[in-house]
Write a protein that binds this ligand. Sequence first.
Ligand SMILES: Cc1cc2nc3c(=O)[nH]c(=O)nc-3n(C[C@H](O)[C@H](O)[C@H](O)COP(=O)(O)OP(=O)(O)OC[C@H]3O[C@@H](n4cnc5c(N)ncnc54)[C@H](O)[C@@H]3O)c2cc1C
Length: 495
Amino acid sequence: MQHILIIGGGLGGLFAGAILAKEGLEVTVLEKNATAGGGLQSFTRFGEVFDTGMHVAGGLQEGASIRRLCQWLGIWDKMQVEPMPAECIDKLYFAEDRHYYQIASGRAQFVDSLSADFPHQRQHIERYVEAMYSIVDEMDLFHLRPASRTLFSHSEEFNMAADAFIAKYITDPRLRQVAAYLNPLYGGQADMTPAYIHATISVLHLGGLYRFAGGTQQFAETLCDSIRAHGGTVVTGDPVQHIHTEGRGITGVTTRKGRHYSADRYVSAIHPCALLPLFDDPRALPRAYRMRLQQIPSTHSAFLLYLKLKPETFPYLPYSGYYISRYDGVWSAANPFGDAAFFMTPPMPDQGAYSQKMIIAAPMLWHEVSQWADTTLGHRPADYSLWKHTCAETILSKMEEMYPGFRSCVSDINTASPLTIRDYYGTKDGALFGYAKDWRNTALSLVPVVTKIPNLLLTGQCAGLHGFCGVPLTAITTCEALLGPDSITRQFSLC
Ligand SMILES: Cc1cc2nc3c(=O)[nH]c(=O)nc-3n(C[C@H](O)[C@H](O)[C@H](O)COP(=O)(O)OP(=O)(O)OC[C@H]3O[C@@H](n4cnc5c(N)ncnc54)[C@H](O)[C@@H]3O)c2cc1C
């Protein structure tokens, strides 16, 4: 039996592990943190459980790819997910004119919701939605279809700039900006982010969104259980520190606790920039390849607030909220800090009318924290704490603007910065979504799952799409690179 060693037990590592273990391979997952999960990890503060990197999930409605993947893995029934009400999944507030927009899921309902504010654009919105579905239809993997073997190249729209794509269909300048509201969820940048990223995230939203009742950690545990049930192993609390090579092949890894593991093939499910320094001999990878992995720009990071709310003071919001300062700033959500924020009140299994907690994520660029880059968790200086306090105040003032009296609802505040995100997940620049994709330079920003080392593959958000849908789909690509073309997707097309 082939033994596969996976470095990193986050969303990508656990999905790849669960798929490979189900397919009969011997799987070992090595995770640095005390609990597995990466973006699925939750933590407890002030007696409340907070999720770290997964607040809304797409691809889980009946017939959608991630639901089918979870059903195939036999874990769907163990997932405690709740659909968000279709009539309003996102509520946007533009501070510039104090206007609210309600966004519905469902194709027709989405058109209706935007047309409510822009009735003269209804036909444009319909064509825009049609075009997004058409782009997503070009992606076989999104539909769990075996890859098309014809010499098919993507449509011109697939890889054009997302902002240009929107502008092609929507003529009203203000609606163009409103239609781009999701870009904090994929690190969208004007004249850079390709249209297929915008279309994928939008179509996932249109398909309906879900939230994890009671936290995402339970889902990470479910994936670990699935790996173990098939004879695999998940080791936590022990980072891989060294990768040993002979020529251009990996011979084994050593962890911080001094344990040595070797396998037939290795899958890196960590950020490529965290992988490179682990090689005892950097020359195992060609210099040009190393340089390329180091030079790809990152998506933005975020400043996060985890709030415990006083009992029965703030309503439960069944949708995600967005604060956006200016319409023309919508493509630069992270700059300046405080111009945008995304917030949600996570559901409890027995959710009532009031919220017990809130998570706010405000896009932020790495340079805001670069002066403390050399510090580590628990050893940050006093000026960092002061700075965090100021950032929290900036965001709370935006919340107060939307909900007068908001501060009086808050009983406790915990904050995290791009430094926390970097150290927690081991991701370069604390990037929320890994590498930034660039339509002008696809060859640079798209990193294949196969590497220059024959027994090393990549998975995770830097080797494909990010998020709850993108990362598991990338895990399939990685597994198929190990098991044979279409070996997984073919099983879905037969169902
Ligand atoms: C604040 C935030 C909010 C987000 N919100 C959403 C959302 O609502 N919806 C959504 O779809 N996506 C969201 N995302 C994105 C989503 O979390 C990521 O796309 C996804 O988790 C990435 O999965 P991954 O497996 O590539 O990386 P990760 O899940 O980060 O996994 C990498 C793992 O590798 C481990 N590791 C690192 N170095 C080592 C080492 N040397 N040895 C062993 N293990 C190591 C890390 O500890 C980590 O567990 C959010 C991200 C963030 C940061």
